[in-house]
Write a protein that binds this ligand. Sequence first.
Ligand code: NZQ
Ligand code: ZN
Length: 410
Amino acid sequence: MNSICFLYHSITFRGGFCMNQFTYCVPTNVIFGAGTVSQVGQAVAQCGGTHVLVLYGGGSVLRNGTLDKVTASLEAAKLRYDVEGGVQPNPRLALAQKLTDKYQTSGIDFLLAVGGGSVLDTAKAMAMGLYGGSPIWDYFDRTRSVTGELPVGSVLTIAAAGSETSDSAVLTNEEIHVKRGCSTPHNRPRFAIMDPELTYSLPPYQTACGVTDIMMHTLERYFAKDAGQNQMTDGIAEALLRNVMENGLIAMNEPENYQARSEIMWSGSLSHNDLTGLGRDKDFAVHQLGHQLSAVYDLAHGASLSAMWPHWARYVCHNDMARFANLGRKVLGLRCDDDETCVLSTIRGFMDYWHTLGMPVCLGDCIGVQNEATLKSLAKGCSYQGTRTIGAFVKLDQDDMLEIYRMANI
Ligand code: NZQ
Ligand code: ZN
């Protein structure tokens, strides 16, 4: 306990309100608003980029004209560029490695991701490899540490993963069915162009997946070992959840509602740049359970999360009923008196919300009901063959993971 906290305790006689130590540095230059895509050339030049590799996904940016706007801006800034497409959702190691090899001696000095988390994470992975050498999976399985990266910037086209300001990159090694993240401060992009209009063309399912992921980045920080010890962070997290849930419903009905798309886009960055969890640990067990589903079934990230969260919540809620009840009261506006009733209503409330968005809330809704052998294999994969636990709010081992997959198997 530090001296200020001690003073606070001694005056108020209240316990449990100390923030943990933290450092908070999010160096990404956010360029937000309608039409900002035209500033991308200037943004790259300001970062010192001269030869840009523009990366995109399966073609949405060709169809909606975003790529043309990007290349026009690069040309106006007199920048040299190459363009590569083909990044898939749940981005694959093979493509990232292939492109890294192709551009290793090209003189590329800036990577520009035009897309969502999958394109951004491929760019981040390539940035590690182009700077520090290959194979890039070494950075993900921790056999090699990241000491630097080529600079990465983004033109964001979907509000979801938060990769545009996060310190993470997530890749799928399709050969061994492992989806794994790599977090390092080097991963923070230099800039993020966030033009909400670019998200108007999102299919409803992707909008819903994005809203779910944004919620989950906040929920996974709300439930931490030191949950409840930081009022400011709690307040930000609760406001963010209310905001993204409300605007998510609006955007589903009105895809071109600028205000709703803006709120979701900004929430997406704030939910995963660490702001919503400052001063405490984070959990991220649901992400790990979901990553295993995505690695094996190529399930969309957001869907993997809504399918697992309710069952994780039912499994761990007894460890801190008051925390779950608080979430329901502050975010869903529940008015139940006793915590036990409130916890069940909270979990049910989130399930109902995801149902309204068309998101799965169990395995039967997405990959189908599985047999026991498959569930065991999922738990084995998620626990890295029994060598790791996941979570911080409650530490979960392979047996716990299996039990949660069983609970979700309806
Ligand atoms: O590939 P295209 O044709 O562009 O279509 C994409 C893709 O099919 C489409 N899309 C994107 N913008 C669009 C659009 N369609 C129409 N109009 C637009 N404006 O949406 C689909 C999904 O794209 P993707 O990039 O996969 O989405 P998202 O941003 O949700 O990224 C998901 C990936 O990020 C990882 C996830 O695990 C997943 O692999 N995450 C990355 C994190 C990070 N780096 O910090 C944290 C997250 O927790 C997450 O794990
Ligand atoms: Zn996520």
